[in-house]
Write a protein that binds this ligand. Structure first.
Ligand code: NZQ
Ligand code: ZN
Length: 381
């Protein structure tokens, strides 16, 4: 096992009716900016629950944060924070609202340059506004991690950044808020959580038993209850399992001391930037392609995965693992090839060029450069 430091200060409040606990989590004298998306929280009663819980607080609102939150929109919220002396951010929504709010938190204090520098130049924030979260979509793990992924419309770019300053102070996870998720978002979320686990698991064995078994436990829960979340959208137990699995998938725990991949996410972000595909859709397309391309390097873990998760102990275990995983995604209604979304290879050259320019090496062995990205993209068609 590699050396590691694990630090996660997020207070996680989980369960039915927990939005009512907001006043115990935010200081009474806070000047709050409540951020949200494009209206789902107004339709499913979450907005009302938050407003009711925070009666007596000083609250401004900023709505309209898009899926794949845009820099252009978020900078407007930064302006609101600066002009109205906001000192606490409350994100209410899915990963996009939360990520967007993390960006706002860091950007408000960065007045000497363009906050896009956090994304494009790897600049680290020196301070940030405190933030809290009411999560309505289990998927990203953003509620319990330091990362945010932001898109820039004008340049078709999508990058992530992170800082311990961006841990939410608290995250409220009420599975009932997820009853209203459209099947597409439920399925995207399950795929996202699944792939987060795999980015930290599907590498090479180093004998990290606890991390491996924890990762498999999360995957088994997603496989068992994922389809039920689609067929029984108001089943509380099922929604609770999916919500906790998604948080556990990317709160740092299973990644402690193990090699990590993240190739699928890096290529997936480019597919969203160029083709406008949902994050979960890009992962369902790219991960099987990465595994096929890297079959030799990942062979031992693919076989372990086939045995422990898919109960397959025969020959060609790596192929079977890839095939079963793809079948699982498809059973959720998430297609696994670009052409099934009506996308062709028109942006492949531009995407490959980006990896070339950034001189990026991806994967647990840093063995994936621009040429390999091109080969993987071909397998996505
Ligand atoms: O905008 P509203 O109206 O709220 O609607 C949203 C949005 O249209 C809707 N929705 C959310 N909760 C709902 C609901 N509809 C009905 N009922 C509810 N309870 O769902 C749509 C998608 O929401 P979004 O927040 O975009 O989805 P998700 O949580 O999957 O977030 C995706 C974003 O997170 C980034 C992705 O790249 C993408 O930009 N990621 C963030 C990560 C992180 N911070 O650690 C890691 C991930 O790998 C990922 O990259
Ligand atoms: Zn993801």
């Amino acid at each position: 096992m590699k050396n590691f430091t694990y630090y996660n200060p997020v207070k996680l409040v989980f369960g039915k009716g927990t939005i009512a606990q907001l006043p115990t989590l935010i200081p009474q004298n806070a000047r709050i900016l409540m951020t949200y998306g494009q209206g789902s929280i107004k339709r499913n009663g979450v907005y009302e629950q938050v407003i009711r819980a925070l009666r007596g607080y000083s609250i401004e609102e900023f709505s309209g944060i898009e899926p794949n939150p845009r820099y252009e929109t978020l900078m407007k919220a930064v302006e609101v924070c600066r002009t109205t002396n906001i000192d606490f951010l409350l994100a209410v929504g899915g990963g996009s609202v939360l990520d967007g709010t993390k960006f706002i938190a860091a950007a408000v204090h960065y007045t000497t340059g363009d906050p896009w520098d956090f994304l494009s130049k790897g600049l680290k924030p020196r301070s940030a506004l405190p933030l809290g979260c009411v999560l309505t979509l289990p998927a990203t793990g953003s509620e319990m991690n330091i990362y945010a992924v932001i898109s820039r419309d004008s340049t078709k770019e999508k990058y992530g950044f992170g800082s311990p300053l961006l841990y939410p102070q608290f995250s409220i996870l009420d599975p009932e808020t997820t009853f209203t998720l459209p099947p597409r978002q439920t399925a995207n979320g399950i795929v996202d959580a699944f792939v987060h686990v795999m980015e930290q698991y599907m590498t090479y064995p180093i004998g990290a038993l606890t991390q491996d078994h924890l990762a498999e436990a999360i995957i088994l829960s997603l496989i068992e209850d994922g389809p039920k979340a689609l067929s029984e959208p108001t089943n509380y137990t099922v929604r609770a399992n999916i919500m906790w699995s998604a948080t556990m998938a990317l709160n740092g725990l299973i990644g402690c001391g193990v090699p990590q991949d993240w190739t699928t996410h890096a290529i997936g972000h480019e597919l969203t930037a160029f083709y406008g595909l949902d994050h979960g859709q890009t992962l369902a397309i790219v991960m099987p392609a990465v595994w096929k391309h890297q079959k030799r390097a990942k062979e031992e873990k693919l076989a372990l995965f086939a045995r422990r998760v898919w109960q397959y102990d025969g020959s060609n275990a790596a192929d079977v693992a890839i095939q079963r995983t793809e079948e699982f995604f498809r059973s959720l209604g998430v297609n696994t090839r670009l052409h099934e979304y009506g996308c062709d290879d028109r942006y492949f050259d531009e995407i490959v060029q980006r990896f070339e320019l950034r001189n990026e090496r991806l994967g647990e062995h840093q063995s994936i450069g621009a040429n390999e990205v091109k080969e993987i993209l071909e397998l996505c068609k």
